[in-house]
Design a protein around this ligand. Structure first.
Ligand SMILES: Cc1cc2nc3c(=O)[nH]c(=O)nc-3n(C[C@H](O)[C@H](O)[C@H](O)COP(=O)(O)OP(=O)(O)OC[C@H]3O[C@@H](n4cnc5c(N)ncnc54)[C@H](O)[C@@H]3O)c2cc1C
Length: 313
């Protein structure tokens, strides 16, 4: 059982078990198991791969298009854990991490342009974003810890498209646009059409995400999450951007980051905050896991959305 679960999963299972069963005894057993696990498996994580460091975007696209089963790596904070668990086994990694021209935050009038390699720490502290899209810099401050935020990139976060991620849901709430480049040139995709399925996003194997364009807004906003301990991933989270057509998005309420359309429609139709919040999961089938049942997730979403709407409308 432990071999097939993988290191990170074992830690998670034991952390959960420790809450109910007396920490000292559980962690003593855990240490013993971890020692034998590391000894047995230290040489087989992850599958062997070729490594290529791209000099610029065209170079990266050339390799992505020609190498067998190649994948971009930026900060590596999502891809490497998947590779260690062998949920992903690319044969070639194309490292774009040193293409410094992809790291910027620029005021372009109607929107703020954020280069794909911009770190979450830069997003958290950017004066431009704090003024023009404050919900985004606020949300970035909740990701992991400072060392994670210095390394993780906004492009990686959005392309990874984790339903539990803090930033994809904010991109939905603010109505961002993603700019991609492939062998045939550039294309822009609304973030509404970007999250396709579980860890599946609307990007081709030979494309690189260049930039995310985030509309400026002075509308009210709110963003909150429910978790058991500080720095845990959200069990459920919500991001709201107010204004005439409020946008409400949810963390961990589906297999992708998702907008609460029924709730948004109720607000536009003149419904009260309570009526809108009561509809938040009416068209969703929230997942169940160790942290929460589907019904509990719906309850959390209802409460968090109601509070967020009260603060932002
Ligand atoms: C200890 C730890 C704690 C964390 N805590 C949180 C948290 O609390 N909340 C949260 O939301 N996230 C959290 N994360 C996840 C982290 O935010 C994301 O891993 C990170 O933002 C992904 O960016 P990256 O540059 O590391 O992407 P990578 O891991 O390099 O790549 C992720 C995916 O995106 C693709 N990709 C990356 N950049 C591009 C590009 N420019 N063009 C095309 N494809 C690209 C890769 O091929 C891969 O599929 C945590 C991670 C760690 C390790």
């Amino acid at each position: 059982m432990f071999v097939s679960l993988g290191l990170d999963k074992i830690q998670e299972v034991f952390a959960d078990a420790a809450i109910g069963l007396g920490r000292a005894r559980i962690f003593a057993q855990f240490e013993l198991l971890m020692r034998s696990y590391r000894k047995a498996w230290s040489e087989v994580i992850p599958v062997k791969f070729e490594y290529y460091r791209a000099t610029d975007v065209s170079d990266a696209i050339d390799v992505l298009a020609s190498a067998r089963d190649a994948k971009v790596i930026a900060g590596g904070h999502s891809l490497l854990p998947l590779m260690k668990l062998r949920f992903a086994s690319p044969m070639t990694l194309v490292d774009i991490g040193r293409i410094s021209s992809l790291s910027y935050i620029l005021d372009r009038g109607e929107y703020v342009a954020i280069g794909a390699l911009t770190s979450l720490r830069d997003i958290e502290t950017s004066p431009i974003l704090k003024t023009s899209v404050p919900i985004l810099s606020y949300a970035a401050s909740f990701v992991g810890d400072p060392s994670v935020r210095h390394r993780a990139t906004i492009g990686g976060s959005v392309v990874h498209g984790d339903a539990a991620g803090d930033l994809p849901s904010v991109m939905l709430a603010v109505g961002a646009t993603v700019v991609l480049q492939g062998p045939d040139g550039k294309r822009s995709v609304s973030v509404d059409d970007f999250f396709l399925g579980f860890l599946e996003t609307n990007i081709n194997f030979d494309e690189v995400l260049l930039e995310i364009q985030v509309p400026k807004s002075d509308a009210g906003w709110a963003r909150s999450e429910f978790n058991r301990r500080a720095q845990d991933w959200a069990i459920v989270g919500v991001a709201v951007l107010g204004g005439k057509s409020p946008r409400v998005s949810l963390i961990n309420m589906a297999s992708t980051p998702i907008r609460a359309f029924a709730c948004e429609d109720a607000l536009v139709a003149g419904g009260s905050i309570k009526e809108a919040a009561d509809l938040v999961s009416s068209d969703l089938d929230p997942p169940e896991d160790l942290n929460a049942t589907s019904a509990f997730r719906s309850h959390l979403a209802n409460v968090l959305v109601r509070r967020a709407l009260e603060r932002s409308l």
